[in-house]
Design a protein around this ligand. Sequence first.
Ligand SMILES: Nc1nc2c(c(=O)[nH]1)N(C=O)[C@@H](CNc1ccc(C(=O)N[C@@H](CCC(=O)O)C(=O)O)cc1)CN2
Ligand SMILES: Nc1ncnc2c1ncn2[C@@H]1O[C@H](COP(=O)(O)OP(=O)(O)OP(=O)(O)O)[C@@H](O)[C@H]1O
Length: 190
Amino acid sequence: MTKTELRKYYLNQRKKLAPQEVNTQSTAIQLKLIELLKDKPPAYLHVFLPILKNNEIDTWQVIQHIWYNMPQTQVVTSVTDFKRKVMLNYLLKPDTVLIENSWGITEPQGGTPVADALIDWVIVPLLCFDQHGYRVGYGGGFYDRFLARCTPKTKKTGVSLFSPVALISDTDQYDIPLSHCITPTETYIF
Ligand SMILES: Nc1nc2c(c(=O)[nH]1)N(C=O)[C@@H](CNc1ccc(C(=O)N[C@@H](CCC(=O)O)C(=O)O)cc1)CN2
Ligand SMILES: Nc1ncnc2c1ncn2[C@@H]1O[C@H](COP(=O)(O)OP(=O)(O)OP(=O)(O)O)[C@@H](O)[C@H]1O
C-alpha cells in the first residue's frame, strides 16, 4: 500500500483506541525502550513529546527514567518550525519551561540548543512501519529532514502501537529507514 493509503488507515485505527489502551501499550513500549537504551546509553537522546489528544505513544516514563537513572544521557527535544518544515533541537531538563503549540505538541520555551551532529539516538514517532524499517508519519517530511542531518551512525528507533505491514510501496530517496522499531510485544531490528 502507499503512504497516503496507510496514513489514512492507521490514523483511523489509532483514533479508535481508548486512551487507557494507549496508556497500557505506551508503558509496554517504554519498558522495552529503556532496556534497549541501557545496553549502550547514548550521549544525546532525541525524544518527541507526545500529542496525547492524537493518541500518540507517551514518552514521559522514558524521559523520567533517563533524568533520574542515566546521568550520562542528555534528553533533547524539538521546537517545530512548520513554515520552514524544520525541527530545532534543545536540551530537555526537569526545569525546562514547556508550552503547547497549536498542534498540541509540548515544546521547550528556548533553552540550550543542541547541534544535530551530537545526537546519537532518536526515538521516532510514526503511524505505521514496514518489514524493511521504512515508516509513514503525518506526511510533513519533518523526521526525514531531521534524520538526514544526523550522522549515519545515529540510531533511529521507531515506536509503534501496531505490527509492521509487509511493504510501503512508494518510498523515495528522502526516506531514511529505522534501525529498530518497538511495538508493545516485539523489538524489530533492521
Ligand atoms: N509528538 C510529535 N512531534 C512531532 C511530530 C510527530 O509526529 N509527533 N512530527 C512528525 O513529523 C513533527 C510535527 N508534525 C505534525 C504534523 C501533523 C500533525 C497533526 O496533528 N496532524 C493532523 C491530525 C492527526 C490526527 O488526527 O491524529 C491534522 O492535520 O489535523 C501534528 C504534527 C515534529 N514533531
Ligand atoms: N530531506 C528532504 N528534503 C526535501 N524534501 C523532503 C525531505 N524529506 C522529505 N521530503 C519531502 O517531504 C514530503 C513528505 O514526506 P513523507 O510522506 O515521507 O513524510 P512522513 O515521513 O510521513 O512525515 P514526518 O517525517 O513529518 O512524520 C515528501 O514530499 C518528501 O519528498
